[in-house]
Design a binder for this molecule. Sequence first.
Ligand code: ITT
Ligand code: NA
Length: 199
Amino acid sequence: TRLILATRNTGKITELRAILADAGLSHELVGADAYPEIPDVKETGVTFAENALLKAHVLAQATGLPAVADDSGLCVEVLGGAPGIFSARWAGRHGDDQANLDLLLAQLSDIDDPHRAAYFACAAALALPDGTERVVEGRLTGTLRHAPAGTHGFGYDPILQPDGETRTCAELTPAEKNAISHRGKAFRALAPIVQELLG
Ligand code: ITT
Ligand code: NA
């Protein structure tokens, strides 16, 4: 069976293909890019879970196929959880990872190490064309560096150092990141649900 990956973020798509294959899903994974005529989904939810469900439902309805979606972001303790659901457009332009990261580092320049706790959050949603929905969440906790390090991954990976690690997420290999990441946790929890509902 075909399963739509309801995202246009190439960093996510790369990780999701690996995570879902490792979890034993044998479905044919088709990115939202295969459906350019479907407009971008307006993320009007106020939580990661609401936005992930919105994206999954729009793609499931438009294609008539089951769809999974990821809504995710970085939550910084000293900023009261921001950027949170606004992570992709923190500096104004949606998806400008470099500008978002630079702005966040500038905002935290006076914050010392004991107060730089943060976590990545991911909501993984499944929607079927008949309206059935499921959503699960995963987190990766850590601290924020003062300067970026590493070239792997995407987004805020160069500044988040997971608890128990000496490297940033961007210094981990893709497999190392997926093993501990918010996205890995969420989609490994979603995989058996997909299996059960789709067969
Ligand atoms: P779609 O809605 O098409 O899936 P998007 O990039 O708009 O793509 P989100 O609204 O969920 O997706 O925004 C997620 C942002 O959070 C993303 O732009 C990154 O800046 C950040 N982020 C999420 N997961 C991350 C990860 O694993 N590593 C680094 N940054 C991450
Ligand atoms: Na979002």
